[in-house]
Unconditional design. Structure first.
Length: 276
């Protein structure tokens, strides 16, 4: 007879806000959190993707409308570039599912092009979403976590934040800003018992990556690397799945990482030789 006590799900009844939750890594984070007992507030600009997440979620109720709490999941449209909207949505999330215990800041966009060809709008768009948007969301959540003197924040950056990539200056610079911002935030929140960490993925099989392939690259080319562009291949010989990146996010949010803060966890199959 098995006398071992039942294992408590890792995130049982913890409330985590996930940005960029409509697809890719963000959706994978939301699904894995729900599977481990969390209450999840999933936000994104893509309402169709959020409705799909809502329909697939466990513990769902009959309603699939945005901003309806359905069991352990609450969804809402959010433009992270709008600081007032961020504050409103975070407040609504807490009203729907209770005080926040953590944040997975995943929302991000890609603008490609060599510096001499980038226009002002591309550069600004990258920073508005990838850097300023992260600031808006982290600030709103950190204010609430600080009041409770507990919690964890994980921001999703990129291995491009530390390794130069031709044709990706706007993206890489915006992600470098995210990485250093997160470390500074972690220093400020450490006295309150709040941890802040970074996950830096490499090439991952998402819509963003597939858009790059549509511009002349390919899965095989990414794995093999391109010496003419000063880009190494991937030693593990595969592209990451969103679920693999999400697992790293969950680890840093969890109690298993209770003595880890300010850490940048690179998840890229060895593509940058773990240097940066």
């Amino acid at each position: 007879m098995n006398t071992q006590p039942a294992t408590r799900p890792a995130f049982q009844d913890r409330h985590i806000l996930v940005t960029g939750a409509a697809s890719g890594i963000g959706a994978a984070v939301a699904r894995q959190l729900l599977a481990q007992g969390a209450r999840v507030s999933a936000v994104d600009l893509d309402e169709t993707g959020l409705q799909r997440l809502h329909a697939q979620a466990p513990h769902r109720a009959a309603s699939s409308r945005l901003e309806d709490a359905s069991g352990h999941l609450w969804t809402a449209r959010l433009d992270v570039r709008d600081s007032a909207q961020v504050e409103q949505v975070v407040a609504k999330a807490q009203a729907a599912l209770g005080p926040l215990d953590g944040l997975a800041s995943v929302a991000g966009i890609l603008e490609m092009g060599e510096v001499v060809d980038l226009d002002d709008a591309q550069w600004q768009h990258c920073f508005d979403v990838n850097a300023t948007g992260v600031f808006h969301v982290c600030r709103a959540v950190a204010r609430r976590l600080r009041e409770r003197r507990a919690g964890a924040i994980v921001t999703v950056s990129s291995n491009a934040a530390a390794t130069p990539r031709a044709g990706m200056a706007a993206y890489a610079a915006s992600k470098a800003a995210v990485t250093q911002f997160s470390r500074c935030l972690g220093l400020e929140l450490a006295p309150y018992g709040i941890r802040v960490n970074i996950v830096s993925p490499g090439s991952t099989d998402t819509a963003m990556q597939q858009a790059m392939w549509a511009q002349g690259s390919s899965r095989a080319a990414v794995i093999q690397g391109d010496p003419s562009r000063w880009r190494l291949g991937i030693p593990l010989d595969k592209i990451a799945t969103p679920e693999e990146i999400a697992a790293a996010v969950l680890f840093l949010l969890s109690d298993q990482a209770s003595h880890i803060t300010l850490h940048d966890l690179r998840v890229d199959g060895g593509a940058t030789l773990d240097q940066g």
